[in-house]
Write a protein that binds this ligand. Structure first.
Ligand SMILES: *Cc1c(COP(=O)(O)O)cnc(C)c1O
Length: 365
């Protein structure tokens, strides 16, 4: 069967080249006589895979030397608690953090932190179904807040921060799950940046966390489970326990693929051009409309509606039959959502727009 165009928000499309490489090495990884799924995580052959993946990630994302890059399990959701437990265990921490709530993932992160520390929402776009990014130029950040938290690209609602908030000198923590390696990251502006890889970079079950070294508490972590303490994995080079070896291996291949594409500045240009095709059509369409304030649009996740639930469902069904799959919107927004991650080819978006045009023509009165 021919491959479909998969617009899923995650797990999501991976580069076909990478899948073919994985297939060719499946039962015998480079003469080791084993697949990567079978080998010991303590073996030299796996250590080389991990080291190369970390080196390539550092090169791609231009990670400064004073940041650790950790390959963790538990999903992005596990970092919701890890962030609060680690940053509030630093010497002199006030155990207070300020959250900007721009969608469900930021809200969940806030709620999780609030179980352990004094977490406060300092801005929110809940009043308009998270369809915009609030003005973050002068927020009521507490003078003793330990950090300011954002979810930078809102996977469900399709918004992105085009400018990072003014944190008034506080450490910025960002969940970049649905935009990881989709554009250059100015790592030095973050204390902690992390993302689940299954949105834009690899298979599910792996989180890449980039953490400034001085933000990894070295003691006083008695209240923090061993597995959630960043120090545990930092000291062990992401090998405290068995990592998701397979996901690390596939991500390593995606990093190489991104390098062959010219790196993150080049991939951003591709991603912008791809998103423009869909947004340009949405702006001229009489049937389909984007749901997000234009200046806050994400180039990764594009929600849109017809305004009629039955038509939405009919479009999703027709698109699916044409090999354009996983376009159903999140239940909290309704309608459709097209995720246009790195590995979505431009032909996929052209096919989507052609399908939308055809559907519109058939449903004009
Ligand atoms: C998908 C997603 C999550 C949750 O990821 P899990 O790996 O399933 O825990 C968190 N934040 C954002 C922005 C996401 O897109």
């Amino acid at each position: 069967m021919a491959r479909v165009y998969n617009f899923s928000a995650g797990p999501a499309v991976l580069p076909e080249e990478v899948l073919s490489e994985c297939a060719s090495e499946m039962s015998d990884y480079r003469g080791s006589g084993q697949s990567v799924m079978e080998m010991s995580h303590r073996s030299a052959v796996f250590q080389a895979i991990l080291d190369e993946a970390e080196a390539d990630f550092r090169a791609l994302a231009a990670v400064p030397g004073n940041y650790k890059v950790l390959f963790l399990q538990g999903g992005a959701s596990q970092q919701f608690s890890a962030v609060a437990l680690n940053l509030c265990a630093l010497p002199g921490a006030a155990r207070k953090a300020d959250y900007i709530v721009t969608g469900q993932w930021a809200k969940k992160a806030y709620q999780e932190a609030a179980r352990f520390i004094d977490a406060q929402t300092i801005a929110s776009s809940a009043d308009e179904t998270f369809s915009y990014i609030p003005d973050c130029s002068d927020l009521p950040i507490r003078a003793d807040a330990d950090y300011v938290y954002i979810c930078e690209n809102n996977t469900i609602y399709g918004t992105v921060y085009h400018e990072l908030p003014n944190t008034k000198g506080k450490v910025l923590v960002s969940d970049v799950s649905s935009m990881l390696l989709s554009q250059p990251h100015d790592i030095g502006r973050y204390g902690v940046m992390y993302g689940g890889v299954q949105k834009n970079v690899g298979p599910a079950g792996l989180v890449i966390a980039v953490i400034r070294e001085d933000l990894i508490p070295q003691d006083d972590i008695a209240h923090c489970p061993t597995m959630l303490a960043w120090k545990t994995q930092a000291d062990a080079g992401s090998l405290y326990n068995t990592p998701n070896c397979w996901a690390i291996y596939v991500c390593g291949k995606v990093f190489k693929w991104l390098m062959r594409k010219g790196g993150l500045a080049a991939i951003r240009e591709c991603n912008e051009a791809k998103a423009r095709i869909l947004y340009d059509f949405l702006d001229e369409s009489e049937l389909f409309k984007g749901t997000v304030r234009a200046c806050d649009r994400s180039i990764m996740n594009v929600p849109f509606v017809t305004g009629d639930k039955e038509l939405d469902a009919a479009f999703v069904k027709a698109a699916d039959a044409a090999g354009l799959v996983n376009l159903k919107g999140h239940r909290s927004v309704g309608g459709m959502r097209a995720s246009l991650y790195n590995a979505m080819p431009v032909e996929g978006i052209e096919a989507l727009v052609a399908a939308m045009k055809g559907f519109e023509a058939r449903h004009k009165n």
